[in-house]
Design a protein. Structure first.
Length: 319
């Protein structure tokens, strides 16, 4: 049976789905939710079904104000009571979801790890992709993210406009889809940048596009610990994050955060400074591995944690 999903209209059906799933699979010992505040429904169902190990996993530092916003606020308050363990992709996300006191007492960070071999810098891939898309000789600024309010594409275009005034051969490569894609395209046209901005849509080879970029810019209004930031640094890219992105994202020496209060010209100046430097892009993947973002290592760690948690729970029930 396929899950009905976390649509408010389907919540009763979703809770029945979870109840039946857990009833029919009594060997399930752990429920681990990554559904933001709405993960409350999965964890509450698991609690009602007698599942002793219930992990809430925080991935963000703010809640988008949409039609579900009041419900999400309520679920945020109820979430800790439905969980037994409090995890996050990083410190700031954990504090936002569970509160500083609870996070300091029992929070646990599991990194948003990646397959580093897919993102390690490859000069031949860079050359092939840049040639294919007529980007040879261009300064390519990259961005990967859904077109929504959080990712702040409108500000990204303003920043890029300031860059393009100084460097006409600059290009902005946007990978992603979303509800604000059309309005972003319209703004690019209004700024006269339609020939310099590449709207690439949803790509199967995002890892290769990191190779083609010269730097990565993420001016988000809020973030937990963005996977795209880890990927970009694994590819050895100089990265510029807004100050609303947690400082935990700074893995490479030349990665930095720039205040959203800074003007577009300051962003442009910081970005264009990388053209003067020579970074060792091949070192990026090894630095990211040392920081704890290798999917193979983190996968083994997660497996060990699950097994230890289940063994402890079994021992407790046996007493």
């Amino acid at each position: 049976v396929v899950s009905p999903g976390l649509n408010p209209l389907h919540f009763p059906k979703y809770e029945r789905y979870m109840a039946n799933l857990l009833h029919d699979n009594p060997d399930i010992k752990i429920v681990h939710s990554h559904n933001g505040t709405l993960g409350y429904y999965a964890l509450k169902s698991a609690k009602d079904a007698g599942v002793k190990l219930r992990i809430a996993h925080a991935h963000n530092t703010q809640i988008i104000r949409d039609s579900k916003y009041p419900l999400k606020l309520l679920c945020k308050q109820l979430l800790p009571g439905a969980a037994t363990d409090y995890w996050g992709c990083g410190r700031d996300a954990g504090i936002f979801y569970y509160g500083e006191k609870r996070w300091k007492a029992s929070g646990f960070i599991l990194h948003n790890a990646i397959n580093l071999s897919n993102f390690r810098f490859q000069p031949e891939v860079r050359s092939r992709l840049r040639q294919l898309h007529q980007l040879e000789g261009c300064f390519v600024i990259g961005h990967v993210g859904r077109f929504n309010l959080q990712k702040n594409h409108t500000r990204l275009l303003d920043i890029f406009a300031s860059v393009a005034k100084i460097v006409p051969e600059a290009r902005l490569a946007l990978i992603g889809v979303g509800e604000l894609e059309q309005s972003t395209q319209e703004k690019a046209k209004a700024l006269g940048l339609q020939d310099r901005v590449l709207f690439l849509g949803q790509m199967a080879n995002v890892n290769e596009w990191y190779q083609a970029m010269d730097c990565f810019v993420l001016p988000s209004l809020f973030e937990g610990l963005p996977v795209v930031g880890v990927e970009a640094q694994a590819a050895g890219l100089p990265c510029f994050f807004s100050d609303k992105v947690t400082d935990e994202i700074l893995l490479l020496p030349d990665a930095c955060r720039v205040s959203l209060e800074a003007d577009n010209e300051e962003w442009a100046r910081r970005i264009l400074a990388v053209r003067q430097g020579k970074s060792d892009r091949a070192a990026g993947a090894d630095i990211v591995r040392q920081a704890g973002y290798d999917i193979h290592e983190e996968g083994r760690k997660l497996q060990e944690i699950y097994l230890n948690m289940a063994a402890c729970a079994d021992a407790s029930r046996a007493k």
